[in-house]
Design a protein around this ligand. Sequence first.
Ligand code: GLC
Length: 781
Amino acid sequence: MIINTEIDKKGNQYPSKIVSCKKDIDNFSFTTENGVILQVTVIRDSILRFRYATDSHFETDFSYAIDENASTGFNKLKIDENDDFYIITTAKLICHIKKIDLKVKIYDVLDNSIIFEDELGFHWEENYDAGGDIVKMSNVAQEGESFYGMGDKTANTNMRGRRFENWVTDSYAFERSTDPIYKTIPFYIGLHHKKSYGIFFDNTFRSFFDFAHERRHVTSFWAQGGEMNYYFIYGPKMNDVISSYSDLTGTPELPPLWTLGYHQCKWSYYPESKVREITTKFRDLRIPCDAIYLDIDYMEDFKCFTWNKKHFPNPKKMVKELMDEGFKTIVIIDPGIKIDMDYDVFKEGLEKDYFCKRADGPYMKGKVWPGDCYFPDFTNPEVRTWWSDLFKDLVENIGVKGVWNDMNEPAVMEVPNKTFPKDVRHNYDGNYCSHRKAHNVYGMQMARATYHGVKKYAHPKRPFVITRAAFSGTQRYSSTWTGDNKATWEHLWIANIQAQRMAMSGFSFAGSDIGGFEGQPDGELYARWIQLGAFHPFFRTHSSGDHGDQEPWTFGEEITDIVRKFIELRYELLPYLYTAFWNYLNEGTPILKSLVLYDQEDTQTHHRNDEFIFGDKIMVCPIIEPNAKGRRMYIPRGKWVNFWTDEIVEGGKETWVDADINTIPIFVKQGAIIPKYPVQQYVGEKKIKEVTLDVYYKKGNFSLRNFSLVGKSNTLNIQQHKIGKFITSYETFKIVLHGLPFKILKIYIDDEQFLFEDVKPNGDNTLIIPKEFTNLNIIGE
Ligand code: GLC
């Protein structure tokens, strides 16, 4: 734990005995003799909020993380007391608050099992230097407890035994041991005795989490200021914990489908002829691609919202012509605004007093790409509106389709702490504060302002934003990537972990710089990375300018073919991925699921890192070592079908799976129906005439959204339940039957009999049928 502050040697202080309890609908306030107040709010039957004040009063209640549309409401709420405790009971939980020392214990209402329990509980140290308290919480690490979540941490998915820090940091060429890096997501999930809960510590100061690292049976979290303010979220299913966390902190709107296609990026493609050379090559080589990025060199002297007219003489024309070829142009915008009285954005920001200032009045001056810069205070709502409006020309006039926010930790060059000093002042939506409090949300508020700008000027099209820095809740405004990684095999491992971890931390729309940002991969590493990236919600190759080329064709024909094959597979799976996205934004279901999320009752899954479920029916396991011809992997319980061979495997065990450089292990859950589009060079290239349904036969009843499947030993029945009014362009479904245990004799479509010969195109188990069917009956011999 943090050592005592130097000046004030009081050390840790603790709440004393409760002297009063007040109830106000869903709020309970407990005050102790020494002036501590604990406020417990019942947000939902499964979510309790705990807020502690130390001097008998609270600060203003304000959060950037919590979504204003978060749901509230409970079915049951009652408070009792006995000699020792106050007892709050909801339909899901029982919470004890100990009268003698304010300690908390939470039980499952169904079986009275302990879920969460204070060890020292809440305690604090006064912070004479900065004012306020260092607020701390320690809890019992239960027997066999595992810990997950925490955003972009590079460690094993299960974090037991580790300690982490939260302070968003520009981390060029980070390592597996680097902590913290770019994001702060102070949310973790605990799992013990098959039940799980989550803790979201809604505090933006520099914070720390210790998962039984310092003491084997204790977990703790603390922050260098602000309030002890956390949400306890009960599952008991991990998926429910994540859904509830996503409900609290929000999900994005449905992104345009093209954003789920493949993106190509480099620092930097310029001049215009270079951009066109790249885009033309994609089309010539028939490698699908939807987005092309312009990094900082498109600007004049790295001044945001300007164009280098020598390299890009007519951006509007270029953007339009690229669009005609299916390429959406995405441009980078950083927070540092060059100090230059001839530069409009700078002059206006200065006149309007929109830049951050130091404690004694001077502006916060720092070096970034353009040299000395000032930085807008994005925590000021007026500054955000101004910033949003700066996108008018880029988006409405020039026609760029997305904006990439970088360096928004905020990153400052040539200074030891890589960011603003602590004394810098912020508006914080009227809750004026220093950088100690605003640092972790600075990038988030920039992404928020950018999102509103792109949305306003792209209307009626939906916006696309990508950010490097983030705090909990940033997923409402933006997608993200994992920052400046390296072209190494270890980083391929890290990329896999980070995408899974971000997804279970409520931020599914994430991916890595494929191939690595720093350094140049060889063909094998690049191919293996594309094979993984094709299953990450955000799918982009990006690399620094200094280390050679990194395009799908850079590594020779064999690699190009493999890369094309996997990008094509991604385009085929777009309707499947879009459905997973839909589930994510409506239900908070992560798009990627680590195996522990898939089957938390199977303890074998608790320490798995590599395998994950893409959506809810496809299991993927990347190859993360050179020269591999396959690998050992864990197949979770149940029956799975090998995607490449249709071979059926029984899960619940480790097994060897062949995967030479052309493939990676992919398995589909038996009983799944996977919708597929034809390959397109970009989204919208083709009018989709037919959607393929890959049907993985299984005995029993199953359903995938609006299809349901009933398999018996000699019949298979597929029903379509139509919902929604959107009229799709396709006319037919191509149904590919995998693993059918019988030979087809007759087919009934909505009770009309057809001969197999009338509906099968190739003599295999493939049927083409009109999209309007509601009932398809396949009868075997
Ligand atoms: C940062 C970004 C990187 C970008 C570079 C130049 O290093 O993380 O993606 O290419 O800046 O803008």
